[in-house]
Design a protein around this ligand. Structure first.
Ligand code: ACM
Ligand code: ZN
Length: 518
């Protein structure tokens, strides 16, 4: 029996935002679940508590017991049979109506149940459970009695880390995955190639990492800011993320932002000759005109061989091919590019870029993968099944969704976390509506939203942390929770409560971002 008094229960939805007075102080869930019914009493978690789960949830049981140990010091046993006072996790296909990441959780004084149609849903439920846990004493840790039914508003809740301008260590990637999981984010987009360095081992083209992963020696760049991931290291990252139900989407830039490849393989550019070494971002042009030649079959062969290996490492449905900021100057005067245009009946260089992207899309589709690219891939005609990541505002995303394409919104106005807090603070991120101005059909094609962190200005892990936190929490809320943009006060109260947690985890954050008060 529970001690529930349903008359006092409150259902917290977008229509009925929570107010500080209704909620015990420990209820600082972030992101806010779709529905929370607060009840009386609490479950006491002690060293005697056990976790019960079917074998299909072995990863989740292990994960939960490790997280509880880290939070409370208690060694929670995983057991096949349900014991009184246990945390029971079940897979229930009948719950498929709450979606692949949805879950139901009931915390009673005598036990806890998390049920979901998938392991992913159970995992998201665990995250909520950990968020409810009070600080532990020897006597135990308390979890308030609640009934939660939850599912995300958007299925793409992403963070892009630029690993090219500045290499991000394997340890930092792992820490980032943990932090994303804690706030129910589910896509880590790694910008692995750009003018400042190629960061992923490609066995068929070893020069990419032998030469292409390092700045020219005259710049005296510290070793930690350059280098590359071996395929084994990256497989480790992918597995670490998968255990936390996060998909790692690799980005291999084309046809622009490819200076580092041209340095290694000059024959792949229109000019076909040496173009100097690799320079740190502020020591050269922001955008180079050395790009892949669209008239050279060797370029496509190189990219296909590279993508073959990338696909082997990353099981994600999507492969990001960049496509942004491509100056077409070289193409205009290149005999090979011009010959390609003539042969294919292509009239403008924008259409030549569209031809380029379409070819790659077809190649990826034949391998069962979906292409995603920055919104410039709309110019000259979008590849038939491409997904657009809208960064130059949301207009590109709106146009793509109207034309029947899937979209991820990551506009510079709200989602660029290399920008200062003066430009984009948590409140601004919180105010973002990824489907603003869209009719329901177009809105249904918005997969979600993403924060982008470009690593040209802030280059040390503590500074990257500070650029991400605490505003990444606002993005996580916007991606998961029902539209509660009118509940800033409540959000900022919950977010402030999480600052202690950030501090405990050694996360650097922008201290002035979440002032108390209106
Ligand atoms: C971008 O910020 N150039 C996608
Ligand atoms: Zn060319």
């Amino acid at each position: 029996m529970t001690t529930t008094r349903t008359a006092r229960a409150i259902w917290l939805t977008a229509m009925l935002p929570i107010s500080g007075a209704d909620v015990p102080p420990r209820m600082n869930l972030l992101p806010q679940p779709a529905k929370v019914e607060v009840r009386e009493g609490s479950f006491k978690l002690t060293a005697e508590t056990s976790v019960t789960a079917p074998i299909e949830l072995e990863n989740e049981s292990r994960n939960l017991s490790a997280a509880i140990k880290a939070a409370t010091g208690f060694e929670i046993r995983v057991s096949a049979e349900t014991k009184p006072g246990s945390i029971r996790m079940t897979l229930d296909p009948k719950l498929s109506n709450i979606g692949p990441e949805g879950y139901r959780m009931e915390v009673r004084a005598d036990g806890i149940e998390i049920a979901a149609p998938t392991a992913e849903g159970v995992f998201r439920g665990q995250t909520t459970l950990l968020d409810l846990l009070s600080p532990a004493s020897d006597a135990g840790a308390l979890i308030p009695c609640v009934r939660i039914e939850d599912q995300p508003r958007f299925r793409w809740r992403g963070l892009m880390l630029d690993c090219s301008r500045t290499f991000q260590s394997v340890e930092y990637l792992r820490a980032t995955i943990d932090r994303m999981a804690a706030f129910k984010m589910n896509v880590l987009h790694l910008h692995l190639t750009d003018d400042q360095g190629w960061r992923i081992e490609i066995r068929k083209h070893p020069e990419l990492t032998k030469t292409g992963a390092y700045f020219s020696p005259e710049f005296n760049e510290p070793p930690g800011r350059q280098g590359f991931y071996t395929q084994d290291q990256m497989r480790g990252i992918v597995a670490y993320a998968a255990a936390r139900h996060i998909s790692v989407v690799p980005e291999i830039e084309m046809p622009g932002h490819s200076h580092e490849v041209i340095v290694c393989k000059p024959s792949l550019s229109c000019a076909g000759k040496e173009s100097g070494g690799i320079f740190p971002f502020f020591k050269g042009p922001n955008i180079t005109e050395d790009i892949y030649c669209a008239g050279n079959e060797d370029v496509f062969r190189f990219l296909e061989e590279t993508l073959d290996e990338v696909i082997e490492i990353f099981p994600s449905a999507f492969v990001h091919i960049g496509g942004d900021e491509t100056p077409k100057t070289a193409w205009k005067s290149c005999p090979k590019c011009q010959a390609r245009m003539k042969l294919e009946g292509i009239k403008t260089e924008h259409e030549l870029q569209a031809y380029f992207i379409r070819r790659i899309e077809k190649y990826l589709a034949a391998k069962g993968r979906r292409l995603i690219g920055w919104d410039e891939i709309l110019e000259g005609g979008l590849a038939p099944n491409a997904t657009v990541m809208s960064w130059r505002g949301t207009a590109g995303g709106l146009a793509a969704a109207d034309a029947g394409h899937n979209v991820v919104m990551s506009p510079t106005s709200h989602c660029y976390f290399d920008y200062t807090y003066g430009q984009i603070d948590s409140r601004k991120v919180f105010s973002f509506d990824p489907v603003a101005g869209m009719k329901p059909e177009a809105a249904s094609r918005v997969l979600g939203l993403q924060a982008n962190f470009w690593s040209h200005i802030d280059r040390d892990p503590a500074l990257v942390d500070r650029q991400l936190f605490p505003r990444l929490m606002a993005l996580a809320e916007r991606g998961w929770s029902p539209d509660n943009r009118d509940a800033w006060q409540d959000y900022s109260r919950r977010a402030r409560a999480h600052l202690t947690r950030l501090e405990k985890s050694g996360i650097h954050y922008q201290k002035s971002d979440l002032p108390a008060g209106p």
